[in-house]
Design a protein around this ligand. Structure first.
Ligand SMILES: [Zn+2]
Ligand SMILES: [Zn+2]
Length: 131
């Protein structure tokens, strides 16, 4: 089981199952909503994700995407895409033990900040992952 939560501790979550689609996303929406150069995510089945304390605020970042944040400290926690209702993306860096997972690729590198240089040899996709 994976567990995590926001910086201040108000919102806590747990996730079961096997994480998938671990990625560092360089899109402008991830950047602007986090205030960071990129956001690293992992996915689990929605049925395998549960909030165990607190209620995040939910924000519709596009016509199809909803993000959640701690209402007190602002940590971004999840992304849900209307097109993949069985999946939920979770910010890897909000895990209690973030080094248990690692990104498998880079996505939306067309929006990558120019000064970022990768030394990880992972696949990099201009936009979404090609599966
Ligand atoms: Zn918080
Ligand atoms: Zn993104």
């Amino acid at each position: 089981m994976l567990s995590g939560g926001c910086f201040c501790g108000r919102v806590r979550y747990e996730a079961d199952g096997i994480p998938f689609h671990e990625t560092s996303c360089h899109c402008e929406i991830c950047r602007r909503t986090s205030g960071a150069p990129l956001v690293t995510w992992f996915s689990v089945r929605r049925a395998e994700f549960r909030l165990v304390s607190g209620t995040p605020v939910r924000f519709r970042s596009t016509a199809f995407g909803t993000r959640s944040f701690c209402p007190d400290c602002g940590t971004q926690l999840t992304f849900e895409n209307d097109g993949t209702p069985d999946e939920i993306d979770v910010t890897m860096s909000s895990l209690d033990e973030p080094d248990r997972l690692s990104p498998k690729d880079h996505t939306y590198v067309r929006s990558k900040l120019q000064w970022l240089r990768f030394a990880d040899q992972l696949p990099a996709y201009e936009e979404a992952r090609k599966t």
